[in-house]
Write a protein that binds this ligand. Sequence first.
Ligand code: V47
Ligand code: SF4
Length: 388
Amino acid sequence: MSILKIESVLLDSNISKELKNIAEKVYNQQRISFEEGVLLFEKGELGYLGSLANYIREKKNGNNVYFNRNFHIEPTNICVFDCKFCSYSRLLKQKSEAWELSEEQILELVSNYKGKPVTEVHIVGGVHPKMGLMYFANLIKKIKTILPDIHVKAFTAVELEYMCRKAKVNYEEGLRILKEHGQNSLPGGGAEIFDETIRKEICEDKCTSAEWLEIHETAHKLGMPSNATMLYGHVEKFEHRIDHMNRLRTLQDKTKGFNTFIPLKFRNKDNQMSHLAESSVIEDLRNYAVSRIYMDNFNHIKAYWPMIGRTTAQLSLSFGVDDIDGTIDDSTKIYTMAGSEEQSPALTTQELVEMIKQVNRTPIERDTLYNVITDYSTYDFSKEVSLV
Ligand code: V47
Ligand code: SF4
């Protein structure tokens, strides 16, 4: 998909003065304000937003599209919390649909990746009342004895808040223990929408917005980078999305510890918010674009392809996105249970590379911290024997 150059927007007499002012700011690499962010959502048409977002995307990341080779472990879907949008969690009493992997099963799963070129394991699940801080710390240590070089990206701030509270340690102590046992970074989940009234409506019993931000700030202070997400397209308004991004942008100014921002589209299958319609693909692309424009201190914007599907992921690469997560394997259930596009979210590296090349971008395999592992623009897959 080809997007109009920002210069054409600056010259277009049909665009209002206020939107043109924002385009000029973007062109001059200046930060836009809260009000301007809301205005983009209210008045910015898809083509206009795409031009601005693509300009920033190409300034920051050129033609590159990043992905990594990762696998997911979801230790359990048993959860003490009751987020209204969640299709995945089960209470202990709903035994028939609940699962709980034993340590042995988890380590067996990890062993399957011995000798394979994966660089990251992403561990996230329900908040189980009995799986505590030291259980997970020791588990990470065991994972690292099996795969010493793997990057462990584990536990949302929601899981961490609960673990620390139960273990009666503060966030710094808890995170330090996990780090000492081998945890390298934090995923971005659990952020949802920071606005307190919306949070109360959709996930009132889990960690607060202030706690989420404090846990990530503490992790950054300890040298553990993290990601940030935003669950959008449910009951929130545009100003809540910008407020959410603004709180993250402010923390990023302070710590520079976030790797990437990941907007997550609300999916409505089998949850307590199923009566709500899902956002359209146009709104998804507009949301990626505004995220790219507003989050000027985030180097990367990620589209999580299992959630939005391969076609929208390809489109998103013209609307500010420069990262499409990873090969993933098919071990994640969080989204398939919520009705995501991809019911078996696994792609080989070759398929992922072809998907990126199809839209004339440069596929780059990265590690979790965006160090380049392989530039696939001229890579010959016929020379490889077996890949994940
Ligand atoms: O916080 C739950 C979301 C998140 C639904 O850091 C839903 O690289 C949409 O943390 N519709 C957890 N979203 C997942 C997560 C994540 C995912 C991908 C990459 C990374 C990363 C982190 O999943 C939750 C919540 O926002 N979620 N239910 C639903 N029905
Ligand atoms: Fe539990 Fe996470 Fe689902 Fe909320 S989103 S109910 S914390 S598994």
